[in-house]
Design a protein around this ligand. Sequence first.
Ligand SMILES: Cc1cc2nc3c(=O)[nH]c(=O)nc-3n(C[C@H](O)[C@H](O)[C@H](O)COP(=O)(O)O)c2cc1C
Length: 208
Amino acid sequence: MPKLLHLACSPRADSESAAAARIFLDSFGRAKPDWNIDVMDLWRESLPEFAGALLEAKYARINGRAFTDAQHDRFAEAERIAVRFSLADRVLISTPMWNFSIPYKLKQWFDVVIQPGLTFRFDPAQGYLPLLKDRPTLVILASGSDYATGMNRGRTDMATPYLREALRFMGIKDMRFVPIGPTTGPTEPIRIARENAHRRLAEMAASF
Ligand SMILES: Cc1cc2nc3c(=O)[nH]c(=O)nc-3n(C[C@H](O)[C@H](O)[C@H](O)COP(=O)(O)O)c2cc1C
């Protein structure tokens, strides 16, 4: 059964990114009823701390050293999370913008899955090479401000370039971004931004 992995990255009950993801997934489910939707709520599932034996395992791999037993066990946890991602035929990331970038739980997820031998490799002649096959990936990014122009009243969107680079590094080229913003402030611009994003998402779902 083909699988869509949904990384749900907002802890808020009234989350705009989560509401938009529901709109997308409702349409997606109607268009592709045989697909399995694997939801990974990054605030409910436990992610390994990137320290201790897991951190040392990454350096062991980079330096061509064999794992200790502890490194082997901790690396296996990262591998399980990376495999869950690599086996997905489609990926949906619904996330807030936090302090110009992404919430730390999503950053932690990237720190866990971006591993040599799992999602990238290093070739002395060619440099860093991705190991994942490309697959359609959609990012829904909710922000208090409107970053349609790339910047808003002195605040910059560093979430979009970070996500582009982190995904590209592992092999994802087919990515689309649907921003939702503003989500704070006067009600009318919020309503318009929400409706535009929801319309786009409902349209995109059938051909995703
Ligand atoms: C810790 C924190 C940091 C935030 N930083 C920004 C920011 O840098 N830029 C911005 O436009 N909005 C910022 N916001 C507002 C959120 O992006 C906005 O409320 C968004 O709707 C959150 O997504 P959600 O509704 O899916 O949780 C921040 C909110 C929080 C809680």
